[in-house]
Structure formats: structure tokens, C-alpha cells
Design a protein around this ligand. Structure first.
Ligand code: ATP
Length: 271
């Protein structure tokens, strides 16, 4: 291992002793052919915070999520979770550590009901293997646990509805409930309010606030709605052209000149 890589490793491991940090990246880069989607990104997420990732279209927000969750391999750099390097850990093993991402609608079983979708995950988490047995004896405790997750996202009264018949907003809420069913400590939400009207957006924001407070979750959030970002976040990281422009609390980000310039013409008004 050359000296530079060893030094970086040592620095990353030094973070391992920092109890406040639950997730961080070190020199994370991702290239798609000639496109630099992420460029030497050092993200650090503190335990229990709601941390928003913002930035103009194409800034690298989704790519950052995809490399943190293992959907994509980084071109360079490392990802750390709870003091351990997870850069090479397969995507499907990360939820077992407590790192979960909201499920997308195309990951749901459309012909099963809302409750059945959650129960499969609850049972799988508890039995340690994929478990489709929804009728077996002794499964009622899983049903109760599944209901609790549905209550948290306000979908309990729709437990018998087939997923395919849910509204767009409710499918997104179900995606969050399924992620909760993996019992995460860190939850990644990629534009949870996209496609929602003003009322539904506010309700979803309140729900996320409650999840953070009641479950003590750390939440990493990609969100375009600046009102939500500025009012809810403990800290914000601003990405621009694959690089971190700034990280800090909302007031600091709002005043940051580089951030204002990056948003000029587009979202400056909203800041
Ligand atoms: N699979 C891919 N193949 C090629 N280029 C990609 C791929 N995924 C992302 N990119 C490119 O990488 C850059 C960052 O994209 P990314 O989707 O991460 O940005 P984003 O900030 O999430 O954007 P948006 O707000 O529009 O969703 C963009 O230039 C995008 O075109």
C-alpha cells in the first residue's frame, strides 16, 4: 500500500474513535466514463442528526446515496459506518448493520397488501432468512410489529389495500415503513416528498421529524424543497458538480456565499 493511501486509511480510522460520527466517507469519488459524479467527498454524519444533502440537478446527490448504500462501487475512497469500513460490504448486508434506505415502489410486491409487504420484511429480519410464510403459527407478533411500523407512517388504516392501489404518496410512505422494518439506526431518504402536493409534503415532513425524535434515528435526506430542508435539518451538506461546497447548520448555509453563487439564477430566492 503506498504512503498516501496508508495515511488516508489512518485518518479514517482516527474517526473510528469519534463516538459522535455514525457515518462518514473519505475521499469518495465516482466516475461514469468521463463524468465526475463525485469528487473527493468527505461527508460526515453525526449520530441522531437530520442531515440534508442538497445541490443543483446533477450535483451527485443520488450517486452519493448509491455509493454509501453499496448500490454502486466508488471509483476511489472509502465509506465508514459505526467505526467500521464498509466500502466493500455487499449492498444487501448493509441493512443488517443498521443502514437502511427507503424502498422504491418498484421494490414492493404489488399483488400483496400493505401489511403483507411489511410482514415479509419483519419476519425476514427476525428469522434471518427470506420468509414468505404469512399464515404460519406464531406469526402474530410479527403482525403486531408490522402494524407498529404502519402506524408510524400513518398507513395502518390501509393495511388491507394492495400496494398497487396505493396513491403515489402512500407508496412512498410504505417504502419508508419497510425501511423501518429493518430496524435501522441510520435511514437514507431520497426525495421523500417528490410528486406530493403542499399538504402531503408538510405531513411527510412532520412524520420524518417524529421518526427522528421518537426512534432516535439518524436521517440522511435528499430533498429539493428548501422550506423543508431549512426548517428541519440539523445540518446541511451542499454538493455542486460532485464536490462538497459547504456543510453546516441551516443559518450558516443560508449565508454562505459559495452556496448562494451555486444557486444563482436557480434556487437563490429559496435560500
Ligand atoms: N449510471 C450513470 N451513468 C452515467 N452517468 C451517470 C449515472 N448516474 C449519474 N450520472 C451522472 O452523474 C452526475 C451526478 O448525477 P446524480 O444523479 O448523482 O445527481 P443528483 O444531484 O442526484 O441530480 P438530481 O437532483 O437531478 O437527481 C450527473 O452528471 C449524471 O448525469
Amino acid at each position: 500500500m503506498n504512503e498516501q493511501i496508508q495515511r488516508k486509511r489512518d485518518e479514517s480510522q482516527a474517526h473510528s474513535g469519534d463516538e459522535d460520527l455514525v457515518l462518514w466517507t473519505d475521499g469518495l469519488s465516482k466516475l461514469f466514463g468521463g463524468i465526475v459524479a463525485l469528487d473527493d467527498v468527505n461527508l460526515s454524519v453525526e449520530r441522531g442528526e437530520l442531515h440534508a444533502i442538497i445541490g443543483p440537478n446533477g450535483a451527485g446527490k443520488t450517486t452519493l446515496f448509491n455509493t454509501v448504500t453499496g448500490k454502486l462501487d466508488p471509483s476511489e475512497g472509502s465509506v465508514w459506518f459505526d467505526g467500521e469500513e464498509i466500502t466493500d460490504l455487499p449492498q444487501e448486508e448493509r441493512p443488517h448493520l443498521g443502514l437502511a434506505r427507503s424502498f422504491q415502489s418498484n421494490q414492493l410486491f404489488n399483488d400483496l397488501t400493505v401489511l403483507e409487504n411489511i410482514r415479509i420484511v419483519v419476519q425476514t429480519v427476525n428469522s434471518g432468512s427470506f420468509d414468505l410464510d404469512l399464515l404460519g403459527d406464531g406469526q402474530s407478533k410479527f403482525r403486531d410489529r408490522a402494524f407498529e411500523h404502519l402506524e408510524r407512517v400513518g398507513l395502518d388504516d390501509q393495511h388491507g389495500v394492495k400496494t398497487t392501489n396505493l396513491s403515489h404518496g402512500d407508496q412512498r410512505r410504505l417504502g419508508i415503513a419497510i425501511a423501518l422494518a429493518t430496524e435501522p439506526s441510520v435511514l437514507l431518504l431520497d426525495e421523500p416528498t417528490s410528486g406530493m402536493g403542499a399538504t402531503e409534503t408538510r405531513e411527510t415532513a412532520n412524520m420524518i421529524d417524529e421518526l427522528q425524535a421518537e426512534l432516535g434515528l439518524t436521517i440522511l435526506l435528499i430533498e429539493h424543497d428548501m422550506d423543508i430542508v431549512l426548517s428541519m435539518s440539523d445540518r446541511i451538506t451542499v454538493l455542486n458538480q460532485g464536490e462538497i461546497l459547504a456543510t453546516g447548520p441551516p443559518d450558516e448555509i443560508r449565508e454562505n456565499e459559495a452556496v448562494q453563487n451555486a444557486y444563482l439564477g436557480g434556487m437563490r430566492e429559496e435560500l
